[in-house]
Design a binder for this molecule. Structure first.
Ligand code: AGP
Length: 619
């Protein structure tokens, strides 16, 4: 997730762009850059690092310009570096981009075959190169720009400008957010409202497939991006141009960074439909391609006798979900270890086995150490990581990036579901490759994964009910979380979320383990959260609910079968049904919200809980 900005009007553009980027820095901060047009062509300054590093390389005094673009990067393709920073410029066309161009490799190969030379490793650079290629074939800039955009597949919010159209700026949206701000004789655009809330309160939210042409002192022109061929559908008539809807925003800039939410954690919980989709987008149609891209060969896969996963905290819980998924779909034994334990034990890691580290930050000391130890033993190391260019991603043999964007809240939420998405795709790919998963079963799973953003939305809809439940447990001294099978790790994750956000003691247990000790904890009114999806373990888990109820416990059930729990659970929080292996995606949502609301009601700083840090880079 990156931040893009653009300005055209009567002000000096560079200070406005830098100010806008600073307010978007939470969207990505590994490199930054600006481009401007002032009649002498396109000027560009860009660097690895933060906005302050960009300011340090700008000439003094700042070049005078009335139009420009800016970008603060969260690397997806191409490690953080000066050359991979945006804007990217080719033939006097400058582009900034937020999103992923899925077909960039094919486009890049085509352009290289035409003799174009690339200066970066990014997917984005294919855009100015494409525009320039069409211009070299005789098309004027605006035609070439539209043709190039039609060649793109994937998600993109673009800012485009050209030396051949110095008085114009173009904003294009398809799949990534983009808003346009309106001032007297001036226009702004940005990935998020905070960028320019200090300059205007009037914004239009662009929709997918739209392009804005912005020229100072003229009316903004909003058009539909023509699709290839007849865009008039069956009628043959051209659809009406989109209606320009300008809204007045009454947020403060700080509120707007959280997009109106009170906390980053809440915003990130609600981002999960999008971030799960973003993580899967590249591989859903062909999970096998993911293995090829990671250099995991068929020979290694067929020769695999076991798979090791090491991680910490929430990432460890994702690893446990991955164990269930890989063992059930690919029939490969999976050993999951807490990284701080893995690194000090007598390692039985075989040469050419597969070791997976899971880490949102890519900087967790224990996880890095475990990955290094496994590498020394000759294992192929794969990291599932959320930060391009992080230590884990640089040191591992292969990387499978989650695309959750910066996770600002200390409590991991969207990274967790993104990690599960990556692990499920890995399980499907390994299962197919080892002949354990037939094509129909794989299609059923990937079909259900495609629906997952919608299912997560449905689980999020229980938010108000969860908030009421939170109000009823804020006084608890302790809570239990129970689950079975692939939802046992979800019980662990729910307990961890509650502990780290509300400071209430909580423990996650396999529901079947109650009789072996924990049931002694049950006393009148003790809240016990039970994850109980319909399926082969439903009846067994229902018995555990009855055992808790018989001893006065208060049962809060997370289930896709609320009717079956009438009169049995004290509270039922509904989630949608899905494939059993995918049920953790929806079951964790209410538990995240329960922790969040309980923490807020107890007056805690849920974005920065006491004693915790976002990345534990010390042992
Ligand atoms: C999760 O809510 C915690 N913040 C913590 O357990 C975290 O998951 C753990 O420190 C691992 O971090 P990593 O994923 O960046 O390696």
């Amino acid at each position: 997730m990156c931040g893009i900005v653009g300005y055209i009007g009567q002000r000096s553009a560079l200070p406005v762009l830098i100010d806008g980027l600073r307010r978007l820095e939470y969207r990505g901060y590994d490199s930054a850059g600006i481009a401007y047009a002032n009649g002498e062509g396109i000027g560009i300054h860009k660097t690895m690092g933060r906005i302050d590093d960009l300011k340090n390389i700008l000439p003094a005094p700042l070049p005078e310009a009335r139009v420009g673009l800016g970008h603060t990067r969260w690397a997806t393709h191409g490690a953080p570096s000066d050359r991979n920073a945006h804007p990217h410029e080719t033939g006097g066309v400058a582009v900034v981009h937020n999103g992923i161009i899925e077909n960039y490799q094919q486009l890049k190969a085509r352009l290289i075959a035409e003799g174009h030379e690339f200066a970066s490793d990014t997917d984005t650079e294919v855009i100015p190169q494409l525009i320039s290629s069409y211009m070299q074939k005789g098309f004027h800039f605006e035609e070439a720009m539209r043709m190039a955009i039609l060649d793109l597949k994937g998600s993109y919010a673009l800012g485009i400008m050209s030396a051949s159209a110095p008085g114009k700026l173009f904003a294009v949206r398809n799949g990534s957010p983009l808003v346009v701000g309106f001032g007297p004789g001036e226009f702004f655009f940005a990935s998020d409202i905070p960028a320019f809330l200090a300059y205007t309160k009037k914004f239009a939210f662009m929709e997918d497939g739209q392009i804005f042409t912005l020229a100072a002192g003229e009316e903004a022109r909003l058009e539909r991006l023509e699709t290839n061929g007849n865009s008039g559908g069956n009628s043959g008539k051209r659809p009406p141009e989109p209606e320009l809807k300008i809204v007045e925003i009454d947020w403060t800039a700080e509120m707007a960074e959280k997009e109106g939410y009170d906390y980053f954690m809440q915003k990130e919980i609600y981002e999960q439909p999008a971030t799960v989709m973003e993580t899967m987008r590249e591989w859903l149609d062909d999970p096998m391609e993911m293995l090829r891209t990671m250099g995991i060969t068929p020979k290694m896969i067929l020769g695999l006798r076991r798979l090791h996963i090491a991680a910490c905290g929430t990432s460890y819980h994702a690893a446990l979900v991955g164990k269930y998924a890989i063992e059930s779909l690919a029939h490969i034994p999976v050993e999951v270890e807490i990284a701080s334990e893995f690194r000090y034990k007598h390692l039985l890691v075989e040469k050419n086995s597969l070791f997976v580290s899971i880490t949102q930050s890519g900087e967790t000391a224990d996880t890095l150490a475990a990955q290094r130890e496994a590498g020394k033993k000759g294992a192929h190391t794969l990291t599932i990581c959320n930060v391009v260019g992080s230590t884990a991603s640089r040191e591992a043999d292969s990387v499978l990036y989650t695309r959750a964007g910066p996770e600002i809240g200390v409590a991991s939420t969207k990274a967790f579901t993104a990690q599960m998405a990556a692990l499920c795709l890995l399980a499907v790919a390994l299962g197919v490759k080892r002949g354990r998963l037939i094509a129909d079963e794989a299609e059923t799973l990937t079909g259900q994964l495609k629906k997952m953003p919608l299912l997560i939305e449905k689980a999020l809809a229980a938010g108000p009910h969860v908030k009421e439940v939170a109000a009823s447990v804020t006084g608890a001294r302790s809570m239990l979380y129970l689950g079975r099978g692939i939802n046992y790790p979800i019980a662990l994750e729910g307990a961890l979320k509650l502990k780290e956000i509300s400071y209430i003691h909580a423990e996650g247990y396999p529901a079947g383990e109650m009789k072996h000790g924990p049931i002694a904890l049950i006393e009148s009114g003790l809240p016990v959260v039970v994850v109980i999806p319909m399926g082969s373990l439903f009846e067994k888990t229902l018995s555990n609910i009855e055992e808790v109820k018989a001893r006065g416990g208060r049962v809060i059930a997370v289930t896709d079968e609320p009717a079956s729990l009438q009169g049995k659970a004290d509270e039922t929080i509904p989630v949608p049904s899905t494939h059993p292996v995918l049920s953790p995606f929806v079951n964790v949502i209410p538990l995240q919200m329960l922790a969040f609301h309980t923490g807020v009601i107890r007056g805690n700083d849920v974005d920065k809980p006491r004693n915790l840090a976002k990345s534990v880079t010390v042992e």
